[in-house]
Design a binder for this molecule. Structure first.
Ligand SMILES: [Zn+2]
Length: 250
């Protein structure tokens, strides 16, 4: 993991600890797709979660997620994925096969585990590692849910959701944002300056090009300049007129 991102993640977890009472080992709910993705890419999920969260972790998997994997147990390459899932502690989700012949979709199952009573709180202080973008979107509405996913073989922790930020004390929030976004802002400013410089360059080139293209003799450029001046001088300068009129009117 690159240094800057690693530092951001450490600060994020400090915020979650400070404001939401997260404690190591962090309980991380992983979904079936997270296990599948990391195993297929030969990523060590537990090690990467530890690195990303900057602390010991306790991964958990719901019964429904396990059942999602078992449903594909004859697919090629599933054996190591299921083996991996079996190592993870089961999180009772209450969606028993008797009542639910089909496992609940990841989003439904995990939402019920994280905030079953719809209180809008992450009561158990779960970190959620899910490949379900819609579920992550829903979880962003609940303050204090660290969200992790894997993109192109890289484990990513989402920045603090606005629902979370909104809850933090104003002073803390300001300080934290400044730290987190300082780097991005500085980059933007640099980009902006670069763009300005390019623009200036283009304008200069354009002026030069015009001069060369229109007039070719040594005399001509001077003439052209005069022409330009005549053009500008055409008619009274409105500003000058205004100035003259003002004193007269008073
Ligand atoms: Zn379930």
């Amino acid at each position: 993991m690159r240094g800057k991102r690693s530092k951001q993640y450490r600060k994020l977890m400090e915020q979650y600890e400070m404001h939401y009472g997260f404690r190591k080992p962090y309980q991380v709910i992983v979904d079936s797709d997270m296990i599948t993705e990391t195993t297929r890419l030969k990523m060590d999920m537990n090690v990467l979660l530890k690195k990303t969260l900057h602390g010991d972790i306790k991964p958990l998997i719901t019964q429904c997620s396990i059942r999602h994997l078992y449903a594909h147990n004859t697919d090629p390459g599933m054996a190591p994925i299921i083996a991996k899932a079996k190592e993870i502690e089961r999180r009772f989700c209450g969606h028993h096969p008797d009542a639910h012949p089909e496992p609940l979709p990841t989003g439904e199952c995990l939402m019920s585990v994280i905030d079953g009573k719809n209180t809008g709180r992450n009561k158990h202080r779960y970190v959620v590692a899910t490949q379900d973008a819609e579920l992550r979107r829903r979880l962003r509405q609940i303050p204090g849910v660290p969200l992790i996913y894997v993109n192109r073989g890289v484990m990513i922790m989402e920045p603090m959701a606005s629902a979370t930020e909104g809850e933090l004390a104003k002073e803390e929030r300001g300080k934290f944002r400044a730290e987190l976004r300082g780097a991005t802002k500085r980059k933007r400013e640099d980009d902006g300056a670069e763009a300005e410089a390019k623009k200036d360059g283009a304008e200069k080139e354009g002026e030069e090009g015009e001069g060369e293209g229109a007039e070719k003799t040594a005399e001509q450029p001077a003439k052209k300049k005069k022409k330009k001046n005549y053009g500008k001088a055409k008619g009274p300068n409105p500003l000058a007129m205004k100035k003259k009129k003002k004193p007269a009117g008073q």
